[in-house]
Design a protein around this ligand. Structure first.
Ligand code: SAH
Length: 344
């Protein structure tokens, strides 16, 4: 009889019951990891793609219960980067070999569509060979269209959790799972390469919720899937909730690699925060992307989504070198490449 791992690899799918067993039992972890690494090597060899992450604002109008930069956290030290500062980050990133810039921030009304389009247009003109990724939350379809027309190619918006009831336990009533999914479908239709994803071990999450996340991703078929452990932040309503585990995050990463062989799967900063070699383990579990920090060192600590976030002290060049070493030590190599998805 075939193991569930073999079945998943062949069919890229399993029944809910089989998925449950795989998610809840650690018994398949070694086989799962090995299989996921083989599949990533079939599709992407030993290549690891870099995304230069520019965290350009920590102002946010939302109040997600898990997030350290939520509007109601009056203790957060707020900042915004100017267009010039953002362009300086791109310049530095380009010299370091990055061919994708990810502009991420809270939902900050200061950055009107006009301002975002102006920034995107300038980066597009200065770096025609680079991909521009936005990660600035939920917007009307018209806004997404405008950013796209200005030259943005990709958009990252984690669905966070696909089950609307679970979503409602993580977010205030002003936000909905339905609108977040609407955003993802709009982005896809407009023509963006889309990244979605979820937190592992977020408060009240059940195995059924994780299965719902996989089912939603099967529908959406995103190009990139970002997952990381939920990590508690003391200045949030979830201050007393436990963080998620590296173990379950790695297991979910391997499952994602087998279900979505083509996908770009980052070994996330949150995974590297919860355990010191988390990103290396993430690559070995099927990950093929890392997102080094390109933000100015002066603001890094302030983009405080969760506690003890790593890579907040180093210069971008140090970050780049450190990651290159880590990637090598894990058995892979970083490449200077836009790193577009390879569908098959
Ligand atoms: N405002 C943007 C960017 C959000 S920050 C947006 O809405 O997409 C990027 C991601 O960080 C979030 O999607 C969330 O999954 C993750 N995140 C936020 N708080 C976190 C926490 N406490 N632990 C782990 N991940 C967290």
């Amino acid at each position: 009889m075939k193991s569930p791992v073999e079945k998943l690899r062949e069919a890229r799918d399993l029944s809910d019951g089989e998925l449950r067993e795989l998610i809840e039992s650690g018994a398949y972890d070694d086989e799962l990891r090995k299989s996921a690494d083989e599949v990533r090597r079939e599709h992407y060899g030993d290549k690891v793609y870099l995304r230069g992450l520019i965290e350009f604002t920590n102002y946010c109008k939302n109040n997600c219960y898990y997030c350290g930069i939520r509007a109601a956290n009056t203790g957060a030290d707020r900042y915004r980067l100017s267009k010039e500062q953002i362009l300086d980050c791109c310049k530095e990133g380009y010299a370091l070999g990055y061919r994708t810039f990810v502009l991420q921030g809270g939902e900050d009304p200061y950055y009107t569509d006009d301002r975002i389009c102006d920034i995107v247009r300038t980066i597009r003109a200065d770096y025609p060979d680079c991909a521009i990724t936005l990660s600035i939350g939920e917007k009307p379809r018209e806004s997404y269209q405008r950013y796209f027309d200005a030259g943005a190619n990709r958009y990252l918006l984690r669905h966070e959790t696909a089950n609307p009831e679970h979503y409602a336990k993580l977010h205030p009533g002003s936000m909905s799972s339905e609108n977040r999914k609407r955003c993802l479908w709009d982005l896809k239709e407009i023509g963006y390469q889309v990244g979605s994803g979820f937190m592992v071990g977020s408060p009240y999450q059940t195995t059924d919720d994780l299965i719902a996340d996989l089912r939603f991703l099967q529908e959406l078929q995103p190009d990139m899937i970002g997952i990381g452990p939920y990590i508690t932040h003391r200045s949030t309503p979830f201050a007393d909730m436990p963080s998620g585990s590296a173990e379950l995050t790695l297991r979910m990463l391997s499952i994602l690699r087998l279900m979505f062989p083509y996908a770009l799967l980052p070994a996330t900063t949150a995974l590297g925060t919860i355990t010191p070699t988390g990103r290396e383990l993430g690559l070995q579990a099927g990950g093929n992307v890392v997102m080094p920090n390109l933000s100015p060192t002066t603001v890094r600590k302030k983009y405080d989504l969760y506690e003890n976030k790593i890579c907040t002290g180093e210069e971008s060049a140090q970050c780049r070198n450190c990651l290159e070493m880590r990637v090598k030590s894990a058995g892979y190599q970083v490449v200077t490449d836009r790193g577009d998805v390879k569908r098959s």
